[in-house]
Design a protein around this ligand. Structure first.
Ligand code: URP
Ligand code: ZN
Ligand code: ZN
Length: 480
């Protein structure tokens, strides 16, 4: 079925203009006025509405096996909830257990993701190292369209990557034209602080942020960035939550290093007072890593986004229900880490970003889809409204309001970190490759309709970095 989106204002990362958008066979076929379209074409009235690229969430964890349990949201429910909020693509994570072959883990996640309602892709985590990992990284890049590898610098005794692994993997990324990404927290330090805090008798969720203070993140971010600098490889830091890691990114960028930073809607909006709430269920529901921070960090993160030192927004959507969080009733370090957000990211970013004047609508598009598409090399197939692009589109009511609640959300989790907040800006219709998956409050997603997005290896960015590196190569010293 073809669709004509009529009478709306197209908003991309570059410009805003009045035009109709015609979609057929999953692709945007034409943009303009008075388009010649088939008689049986479905017409969506977009008068007074904005027509923008569907959101790309570059950081989700659907049905992740983690900390002794499995995230409650699966690939169908999670991508469906995303569609209800205007998000049409996710980049999730394959996370092999230490010693598990990368290809085995990748195949497992690909099977789980078959039920996705909208399109998906994968970063692959490097949680250990040997020759097979080195080889499998090439197979993933060259045959399976994986162009980014994730490194957890935290979660000691589980999936943490030691410095030696970072060095080997970052170097391999450079050879392959893949982007190394990091969860920047010093895992040894977190482990030490957790033991120290528990020994003092602090066992509740209030111990969680104390065990992961901003220095823990700043140190790791700086270390990862400096390793990347020494190896001349670009780097992407996920969920930047505090001034300390933002400073490391800002400094490196001002020195000309190719460093990218992602910020979560949750970290922009929620502060650490949630962990001091006496209700265990409430406080535990907010346990994620890095934790929510004291208020001053939120304004710094907004400035990071406004200045372009942070380029993408994500959710780290990783859902655990109250019965799962209860595993840490007597020990905060055992509370499964993760919070939800895929359904609400766009509304939160519009309400706190555009309505407040921090972001223009075009900047909103950049930080919710286009920049992620560019950084992960799927632009303009994704993250754009242009002829030939996938018809992943959100038709947006900039003035509409809704009140967020776990009672009404579509996420498969019993808590919402934005509970009770009334936001301005909402998805009226969402199209995933030309199919109407959300329309005026009705979810029409289909299990298995989502497709895997292959992301080609980088060439030009890496060539630029290599060229820059050669400027600094030591010249031969004539000792005669
Ligand atoms: O708390 C979090 N963020 N859980 C998901 C795993 C991760 O660190 O990204
Ligand atoms: Zn993380
Ligand atoms: Zn994550």
């Amino acid at each position: 079925m073809s669709i004509l989106i009529k009478g709306g204002t197209v908003v991309t990362a570059d410009q805003s203009y009045q035009a109709d958008v015609y979609c057929d066979e999953g692709i945007i076929q034409a943009i303009g006025k008075d388009l010649d379209v088939p008689k049986d074409c479905q017409i969506i009235d977009a008068d007074q509405l904005l027509v923008m690229p569907g959101g790309i969430d570059p950081h989700t964890h659907m049905q992740l096996p983690f900390m002794g349990t499995v995230a409650s949201e699966d690939f169908f429910t999670g991508t469906s909830a995303g569609a209800a909020g205007g998000t049409t693509s996710i980049i999730d994570f394959v996370i092999p257990n230490p010693q598990q072959p990368l290809m085995e883990a990748y195949n497992q996640w690909m099977e789980w993701a078959e039920k996705s309602a909208t399109d998906y892709s994968f970063h692959v985590a490097i949680t250990w190292w040997d020759d097979s990992v080195y080889q499998d990284m090439a197979t993933l890049v060259n045959e399976h369209g994986v162009n980014s590898f994730k490194h957890f610098m935290a979660y000691k005794n589980a999936i943490m990557a030691e410095d030696e692994t970072l060095v080997k993997s970052f170097s391999r990324c450079l050879e392959l034209g893949a982007m190394p990404t990091v969860h920047a927290e010093n895992g040894d330090l977190v482990y030490h602080l957790q033991k120290e805090i528990l020994a003092k008798g602090i066992r509740g969720p209030e111990g969680h942020p104390v065990s992961r203070p901003p220095e823990v993140e700043g140190e790791a971010a700086n270390r990862a960035i400096r390793i990347a600098q020494a190896l001349n490889v670009p780097i992407y830091a996920v969920h930047v939550s505090c001034e300390e890691s933002l400073e490391a990114i800002t400094r490196a960028r001002s020195e000309g290093q190719r460093v990218y930073g992602e910020v979560l809607a949750g970290h922009l909006e929620i502060d650490d007072s949630v962990y001091r709430n006496k209700d265990f269920e409430f406080a535990a529901a907010h346990v994620m890593s890095p934790p929510f921070r004291p208020k001053k960090h939120q304004e710094a993160l907004w400035k990071g986004l406004q200045s372009g030192n942070l380029q993408t927004t994500a959710t780290d959507h990783c859902c655990f229900c109250a019965d799962q969080k209860a595993a840490g009733k007597d020990d905060f370090s055992l509370i499964p880490n993760g919070t939800a957000g895929i359904e609400d990211r766009l509304s939160i970013m519009w309400d706190s970003g555009v309505v407040t004047g921090r972001l223009t609508p075009n900047e909103f598009v950049a930080v919710t889809s286009t920049n992620a598409a560019k950084i992960f090399n799927i632009y303009p197939q994704k993250g754009s409204i242009s002829v030939g692009a996938d018809a992943d589109i959100v038709i947006w009511d900039a003035n509409g309001t809704r009140t967020i609640s776990a009672k009404t959300h579509h996420q498969n989790v019993d808590f919402n970190i934005f509970e009770g907040r009334t936001v301005q800006g909402l998805a009226v219709h969402t199209l995933s490759r030309g199919n109407l998956v959300w329309t005026e409050g009705e979810l029409r997603t289909v299990k298995g309709a989502g497709k895997y997005i292959k992301r080609p290896a980088f060439s030009s960015d890496f060539e630029a970095v290599k060229k820059q590196a050669s400027l600094h190569e030591p010249t031969a010293v004539n000792r005669d």
